[in-house]
Design a protein around this ligand. Sequence first.
Ligand code: PMP
Length: 362
Amino acid sequence: MTQVYNFGAGPAMLPAEVMKKAQAEFLDYQGMGAGVIEISHRSKEFDAILNRCDELLIELANIPSNYKILYVHGGAQMQFSAVPLNLLGRSASKSASYIETGTWGVKARKEAARFGNATTAASSADTGFDRIPEFDPSALPADTAYVHITSNNTLYGTRWHDFPQTGDIPLVADMTSEFLSREIDISQFGIIFAGLQKNLGPAGLAVVIIREDLLGNALEITPALLDYSVYAGSHSLSNTNNTFAIYMMGLVLEWVKEQGGVAKLEAQNERKAKLLYDVIDESDFYLGVADPAHRSIMNVTFNLAKPELLDTFVDEALENGLYALKGHRDVGGARASIYNAMPVAGCEALATFMREFERKYA
Ligand code: PMP
């Protein structure tokens, strides 16, 4: 197989070691003569996988003991429904505030508006979501059930460096595109959720980390499989969960531990992102999308000063083994998603290609 570096935003590349381990165990998991995909979600073997996922998440993300870890169906967007269904009941007026830093925050707010009063507390829409907007938490009405942010904005390449201090109002963060890529103080949040398909495993499932006291407020209309208490009370097994995705996540978490944990990966992610931002900053040929003060280390977004060269850029990159560099259709330009599994060598190869492309076409 030729070496290809996959810069796709998600489902994204997984560590090669994880893919090989899954392949080796696919037909025969631990001598059972059957694969994980074929065994009961209530078997002792799967129970061990699930417990190990909990254990590794607690260790790697440093999750305090007053939080529950849930494995919830439907990926990240399903949590856009589950969060209001589970938390709006905390507010007499069923109100929640959303900070809109991109398409995902807007979608989350619109979903919450089906069930209550979801308002926009701050937005960077007027500057094309190129930054994190100013936000004053002290202006929030006291009867606010929660504040929702998107911690890393996959499409635009921005992130919150420091999180807003919302006091007694729980802060909810969609960390889909950066969970486990940087050290986070979990105790700042009421709920953190992340779809698996960037840093954790296959698409279709989300990890939800919820402070225990927030459980038990679900609106009456909440479907059982969106009620976080149902997941918390059944170890996420009230129905047949996505056992294979959980198994794959377990392999990824073991890999994160082998790499030295989140702090090590964070330092490496900073290095990887710098390789690309240096190329952008040193040239007039590439124009960064995100305000430098709010740049993501997971999604690096840029335009070409000659936009007519974009297709040539993407095609020639592909010929050089650099896959999926086209930006999101809402943003245009180019985007390199460089999640935990992207090796430093991948970013070095892209930086070299970008410099050569500039030399050829500037
Ligand atoms: N939130 C963020 C920050 C995302 O990047 C994505 C997917 N790119 C989503 C939500 C939606 O995820 P899903 O497709 O799992 O619903």
